[in-house]
Design a protein around this ligand. Sequence first.
Ligand code: NAD
Length: 340
Amino acid sequence: MQKETIKTYYCSKLGEIGGYIPGDRRIVVLIDSALVEMYGNLFPYPAISVEAREESKSFLKVEEITLRLMEMGADRGTFLLVVGGGILSDLGGFIASIYFRGIDFAYVPTTLLAQVDASIGGKCAINVSGYKNILGVVKQPCFTLFCGEFLNSLPKKEVEAGLAEMMKTFLLADRSVYFDAVDSLTGTSPFLKRISNISELLPFIKKAAEIKISVVERDPYEKGERKLLNLGHTFAHALEKLCSVSHGEGVSIGIALAAKLSVKLRLLESSEGDKILRDMEQLGLPVKSPVAPRELTEIITKDKKRDGDNIQFVLLKSIGTAVIYPISIDRLKGVLNDLS
Ligand SMILES: NC(=O)c1ccc[n+]([C@@H]2O[C@H](COP(=O)([O-])OP(=O)(O)OC[C@H]3O[C@@H](n4cnc5c(N)ncnc54)[C@H](O)[C@@H]3O)[C@@H](O)[C@H]2O)c1
């Protein structure tokens, strides 16, 4: 199979963005409605704005935006520029992949989560009747354009969500960057408590994006290695269903539970498991599950990552090395029982 190549541009100032937008194409912008006032002037093109809510990732919205595109005269040659977080990239990428059987598109991710995760890898999807990401495709954008300055206006809970995903990427793939990130972002007080200078994050955002890009280029359709990017997510999805945690909190607690399970199954040294929990806490990320882990079992057994009678967990062998570890549904209750 042909190796995918993923094109990215990094610009340090918002004012430089215009220089990366193809001048010879008819552009339509799909933008998060909350960003129009703050950043709309950076994109002086015909625009459609959409509220960044899970409910917008729907058939209804796809139809509404399709009709708007048709009214605007968008044709096969139109280039869709998608500006916003993961909701916009999921929805915009999906529409661009099917409008006139596919038009060119690019992402300008504006949340930390989208910069380290959602805008990379080509997965885009909509929800159906409350079931998340059921209809989707894997289609790479023409490029993703990163600018850290968008993050200055990001609410703290959104930074938390992206930070958990960023640390996850380092934990599963790069020991030395993980250590660097912890050293640099913990310092005297947790990063999330002194979040005044987002620029501290920039080198790590680039590194996390590069790691995800290289994994996806090797395994675009998640046949193997790409599955490792789901570290902590089996627990996170169950927590999100069972209690009112945000996705970021779910991922952070999920990583902590995956680390504890890895220690319990003797894959990971307990000193490394303890370090991970301490590091997450020092970053200001939550690690304690609001429900007993055994209560998660029932939800986990319905997880999309179920493979026959096994659940495919992503666990850690060491900081920087993850493995796929199937656990049978029968065994699961036992191993989760005393995982506090
Ligand atoms: N396709 C993938 O690979 C992938 C990966 C992870 C997550 N996702 C999807 O991403 C979605 C979540 O994405 P998200 O966390 O980026 O959320 P989001 O797009 O909903 O944005 C979160 C909030 O931040 C606001 N916002 C966005 N940029 C801002 C900025 N620069 N300043 C101030 N506010 C800003 C939005 O208006 C919104 O209220 C979920 O639907 C999830 O399924 C997809």
